[in-house]
Design a protein around this ligand. Sequence first.
Ligand code: IMP
Length: 191
Amino acid sequence: MELIFATSNKHKLSEAKGIIGNQISLVSPESLGIFDSIPEDEPTLEGNALFKARYLWQINKMNVFADDTGLEVEALNGSPGVKSARYASEECDAGLNMQKLLKELNGVKNRKARFRTVIALILDGREYLFEGIVNGTILENKSGTGGFGYDPLFLPDGYTKTLAELTFEEKNLISHRGLALRKLAEFLKTI
Ligand code: IMP
């Protein structure tokens, strides 16, 4: 079976291929000649993931999944959440986003946070949602150079290294996106 992964991010595509394996042939919209930039304006991760999946489903009725991720900080009532990419500015600058987060949390004792990924799958016209969560703490200073986004500030529960200090493989094993993708992979094995 062919399944579209609604992403233009090659990193994400190869991560998903690694987890979903050979049972399904994952294809990008670009490989099908679809270069549309799909808006992510919904107020929730679920809404954005479903919007992207539905957008592509409408084009050619091919089975498709899309993801959306946010960093949810308890003391900030779940912010930046769905706005994680553009928290500080429209430029999606990770350095500025982390700077803003540290400012918002300045003097705040409760540093609990979680990364949450939602995957929306449309299979033969039916919609399914899968969720992956990694809980942790926002540090007061950045540590590590790996990963991307907020990784240098995020210490996963039970670890002494930030996500930016873990290897690519170590991060994928515990990450929100890895967990959601493994749930999707398990589901796809049952169809
Ligand atoms: P996306 O939905 O995967 O594009 O993620 C939205 C935003 O959340 C990204 O631009 C990052 O700022 C942040 N983010 C998502 N996944 C991660 C991660 O694994 N580590 C750090 N930040 C992430």
